[in-house]
Design a protein around this ligand. Structure first.
Ligand code: 2U9
Length: 343
């Protein structure tokens, strides 16, 4: 047997006994037997040295070796790709990973509850910017130039290129925009975040949430205001809730009042939540000052209106009896997950 035939035998053995278990070995095999510089190429060159009568037979053998190498390669390639597919196969019958369902923030729960109560009596919802100009936050609401609420202590001022702006201190600014952009009758509530420059403690925060309401039409009276607030209090705190109004002062309403609701915790028998008074303060309100209507181009001789404002945190404190204001903005999951709501 010639040298060349001997080499062919050896290579055929090698191909037939190849054991390939990973893709690196498969690649090694491909380079050796099928790549552009494979080990069969020199054999074809050596064919020149084979005697003429044997050339055909040896040439066929080299070709057969090449074909065998190709089919061994194909076989191992199939086997490996089946194995990896099996590894990645997804078992759809496995139970899913348990995922915890989140809960609404208590401020959102109360905000939605307040909105839903007023929507039932014909109010729409209006929203506006948190960064406001002096007109919408102060001047249009009848704040005199030298009013202390404009001071640095209460208001965060924001410098822009052409104007000094403020972080709104109440959502009344939104309602000024509603008055400017629509004609009475107006029935709207404005929920939103407001900002006051105060040191953070259990009882004060530099931001909190409000819902303010505005009703403007012909012949709106203080009796309408009282009845609306009573409806709200009873929807929010239960049908047995009573309200009382105490005279107060706000620049944008005249007359103005603060509203207390009967203590639902002790049924007015006296407890430490109502400080043994039987009453809890829930909101402020009043008849819209004629100069506020005028500032928004609404004729106070033709129209009158009432307005009210409440802090959502305050209502949440009464409903959930959580008094530390900081808890409402810290987003501690252990606190938040205690609130469940259908709204
Ligand atoms: C317009 C005119 C008048 C909104 C009103 C109050 C009374 C009030 C406070 C309650 C607690 C703010 O969150 S709080 O600190 N608000 O007492 N707000 S009347 O009056 C308006 C609103 C809009 C155009």
């Amino acid at each position: 047997m010639s040298d060349l035939q001997h080499k062919l035998e050896e290579l055929l053995n090698e191909v037939n006994s190849a054991s390939i278990t990973d893709s690196a070995q498969l690649e090694e095999f491909r380079i050796r037997f099928l790549g552009s510089k494979n080990c069969l190429k020199p054999l074809f060159s050596e064919l020149k040295t084979v005697p003429n009568e044997d050339k055909k037979m040896v040439g066929q053998k080299i070709n057969e070796l090449k074909n065998t190498a190709q089919s061994v390669f194909d076989q191992f390639q199939d086997q490996l790709s089946n194995e990896t597919q099996n590894e990645e196969k997804i078992d759809f019958s496995r139970p899913g990973e348990p995922s915890e369902i989140g809960s609404r923030h208590p401020i959102s729960v109360i905000r939605k509850e307040i909105i839903s109560i007023f929507e039932r009596i014909g109010y729409g919802v209006s929203e506006g910017p948190e960064v406001e100009d002096d007109w919408h936050n102060f001047s249009a609401l009848n704040f005199p130039e030298e009013h202390p609420a404009r001071d640095m202590q209460d208001t965060f001022f924001v410098k822009t290129d052409d104007e000094e702006m403020a972080l709104r201190t109440h959502t009344s600014s939104v309602q000024v925009r509603v008055m400017e952009n629509s004609k009475p009758p107006i029935r709207t509530i404005s929920p939103g975040r407001v900002f006051r420059n105060e040191a953070i403690s259990a009882r004060a925060h530099c931001f909190f949430h409000q819902v303010e309401g505005l009703f403007i039409d012909k012949d709106v009276s203080f009796a309408d205001l009282k009845q609306t607030i009573l409806f709200f209090a009873q929807e929010m705190f239960g049908k047995k809730a009573k309200i009382r109004l105490r005279p107060s002062y706000f620049p944008f309403t005249e007359p103005s009042a603060e509203v207390d609701v009967s203590c639902t915790i002790c049924n007015q028998e006296g407890c430490n939540v109502c400080k043994y008074t039987g009453w809890l303060e829930i909101l402020g309100c009043g008849m819209v000052d004629p100069s506020v209507l005028e500032a928004a181009n609404i004729d106070p001789k033709e129209y009158s209106g009432f307005a009210f404002g409440m802090g959502i945190e305050r209502i949440a404190q009464l409903k959930y009896r959580v008094n530390d204001l900081r808890l409402y903005s810290e987003n501690d999951v252990r606190f938040l997950k205690q609130f469940k709501s259908t709204l």
